[in-house]
Design a protein around this ligand. Structure first.
Ligand code: NI
Length: 141
Protein backbone atom coordinates (compact mmCIF):
# COMPACT_ATOMS: atom_id res chain seq x y z
CA UNK A 1 0.00 0.00 0.00
CA UNK A 2 1.38 3.39 -0.95
CA UNK A 3 1.79 5.90 1.83
CA UNK A 4 -1.02 8.44 1.94
CA UNK A 5 -0.11 12.12 2.08
CA UNK A 6 -0.74 13.62 5.51
CA UNK A 7 -1.21 17.12 6.92
CA UNK A 8 0.14 17.95 10.34
CA UNK A 9 -1.92 20.13 12.66
CA UNK A 10 -1.52 21.33 16.22
CA UNK A 11 -4.60 21.50 18.40
CA UNK A 12 -5.17 22.95 21.87
CA UNK A 13 -7.24 20.93 24.31
CA UNK A 14 -8.18 21.02 27.98
CA UNK A 15 -5.83 18.52 29.73
CA UNK A 16 -8.65 16.53 31.35
CA UNK A 17 -10.34 16.05 27.98
CA UNK A 18 -7.06 14.77 26.52
CA UNK A 19 -6.62 12.37 29.47
CA UNK A 20 -10.08 10.96 28.94
CA UNK A 21 -9.49 10.72 25.20
CA UNK A 22 -6.21 8.85 25.76
CA UNK A 23 -8.06 6.34 27.94
CA UNK A 24 -10.68 5.99 25.21
CA UNK A 25 -8.14 5.29 22.46
CA UNK A 26 -6.29 2.82 24.69
CA UNK A 27 -9.57 0.95 25.21
CA UNK A 28 -10.22 1.01 21.48
CA UNK A 29 -6.68 -0.23 20.82
CA UNK A 30 -5.69 2.60 18.53
CA UNK A 31 -1.95 2.80 17.78
CA UNK A 32 -1.93 6.58 17.60
CA UNK A 33 -4.05 9.60 18.53
CA UNK A 34 -3.97 10.64 14.88
CA UNK A 35 -5.78 7.48 13.78
CA UNK A 36 -8.41 7.87 16.49
CA UNK A 37 -9.02 11.52 15.69
CA UNK A 38 -9.20 10.81 11.94
CA UNK A 39 -11.84 8.12 12.59
CA UNK A 40 -13.94 10.46 14.71
CA UNK A 41 -13.67 13.18 12.06
CA UNK A 42 -14.79 10.79 9.31
CA UNK A 43 -17.68 9.63 11.45
CA UNK A 44 -18.80 13.20 12.15
CA UNK A 45 -18.58 14.17 8.47
CA UNK A 46 -20.44 11.07 7.39
CA UNK A 47 -23.20 11.72 9.89
CA UNK A 48 -23.47 15.27 8.56
CA UNK A 49 -23.61 14.14 4.92
CA UNK A 50 -26.10 11.43 5.71
CA UNK A 51 -28.64 13.60 7.47
CA UNK A 52 -30.11 14.19 4.01
CA UNK A 53 -31.39 10.62 4.26
CA UNK A 54 -31.05 9.97 0.56
CA UNK A 55 -27.61 8.37 0.58
CA UNK A 56 -27.20 4.69 -0.37
CA UNK A 57 -25.44 2.75 2.35
CA UNK A 58 -24.68 -0.71 3.60
CA UNK A 59 -25.51 -1.66 7.16
CA UNK A 60 -24.79 -4.65 9.34
CA UNK A 61 -27.41 -5.43 11.94
CA UNK A 62 -26.60 -7.78 14.80
CA UNK A 63 -29.45 -9.24 16.82
CA UNK A 64 -29.42 -11.59 19.78
CA UNK A 65 -32.78 -12.98 20.80
CA UNK A 66 -34.50 -15.82 22.56
CA UNK A 67 -36.35 -17.83 19.96
CA UNK A 68 -38.73 -19.15 22.64
CA UNK A 69 -40.28 -15.67 22.93
CA UNK A 70 -43.73 -16.15 21.51
CA UNK A 71 -44.06 -14.94 17.93
CA UNK A 72 -40.63 -13.31 17.83
CA UNK A 73 -38.96 -15.45 15.13
CA UNK A 74 -42.05 -15.09 12.93
CA UNK A 75 -42.15 -11.34 13.48
CA UNK A 76 -38.47 -10.89 12.57
CA UNK A 77 -38.88 -13.05 9.45
CA UNK A 78 -41.97 -11.11 8.44
CA UNK A 79 -40.17 -7.77 8.80
CA UNK A 80 -37.37 -9.05 6.59
CA UNK A 81 -39.74 -10.35 3.91
CA UNK A 82 -41.65 -7.05 3.91
CA UNK A 83 -38.39 -5.28 3.21
CA UNK A 84 -36.64 -7.87 1.05
CA UNK A 85 -35.42 -5.07 -1.22
CA UNK A 86 -33.27 -3.80 1.67
CA UNK A 87 -31.97 -7.19 2.83
CA UNK A 88 -28.81 -8.51 1.20
CA UNK A 89 -28.31 -11.58 3.38
CA UNK A 90 -29.06 -13.03 6.78
CA UNK A 91 -26.88 -15.37 8.79
CA UNK A 92 -28.45 -17.24 11.67
CA UNK A 93 -26.40 -18.86 14.41
CA UNK A 94 -27.92 -20.95 17.23
CA UNK A 95 -25.85 -19.77 20.21
CA UNK A 96 -27.31 -22.21 22.73
CA UNK A 97 -30.61 -23.84 23.64
CA UNK A 98 -32.41 -20.49 23.93
CA UNK A 99 -30.50 -17.78 22.15
CA UNK A 100 -30.04 -17.01 18.48
CA UNK A 101 -27.62 -14.62 16.83
CA UNK A 102 -28.62 -13.07 13.55
CA UNK A 103 -26.40 -10.89 11.41
CA UNK A 104 -28.33 -9.12 8.70
CA UNK A 105 -26.65 -7.19 5.90
CA UNK A 106 -28.77 -4.30 4.71
CA UNK A 107 -28.56 -2.06 1.69
CA UNK A 108 -30.52 1.01 0.71
CA UNK A 109 -31.32 4.59 1.62
CA UNK A 110 -29.89 5.47 5.01
CA UNK A 111 -33.21 6.54 6.50
CA UNK A 112 -34.93 3.31 5.45
CA UNK A 113 -32.05 1.19 6.76
CA UNK A 114 -31.94 3.01 10.09
CA UNK A 115 -35.70 2.75 10.52
CA UNK A 116 -35.73 -0.97 9.70
CA UNK A 117 -32.78 -1.63 12.02
CA UNK A 118 -34.40 0.26 14.89
CA UNK A 119 -37.68 -1.54 14.34
CA UNK A 120 -35.98 -4.94 14.56
CA UNK A 121 -33.86 -4.00 17.57
CA UNK A 122 -36.99 -2.66 19.26
CA UNK A 123 -39.03 -5.81 18.68
CA UNK A 124 -40.14 -7.31 21.98
CA UNK A 125 -37.88 -10.17 23.01
CA UNK A 126 -34.74 -8.94 21.24
CA UNK A 127 -32.05 -9.07 23.94
CA UNK A 128 -29.37 -7.11 22.17
CA UNK A 129 -29.07 -5.30 18.88
CA UNK A 130 -26.67 -3.03 17.09
CA UNK A 131 -26.70 -1.45 13.66
CA UNK A 132 -23.41 -0.41 12.11
CA UNK A 133 -23.11 1.45 8.83
CA UNK A 134 -20.29 0.65 6.45
CA UNK A 135 -18.16 3.56 5.37
CA UNK A 136 -17.79 3.54 1.62
CA UNK A 137 -16.34 7.03 1.22
CA UNK A 138 -12.70 5.98 1.43
CA UNK A 139 -10.67 5.14 -1.65
CA UNK A 140 -9.46 1.58 -2.09
CA UNK A 141 -6.09 0.85 -0.50
NI1 NI B 1 -31.54 -20.16 16.36
Amino acid sequence: MSKEPVSHIGISLPPDLLDRFDMYIKQKKYDTRSKAIADLMREALMREEWTGGNVEVFGALTLVYDHHTRGLSEKLTELQHDRHDNIVSTTHVHIDHHRCLEIIILRGKIDRIRELGERMIGTRGVLHGKLVFAATDQPEA
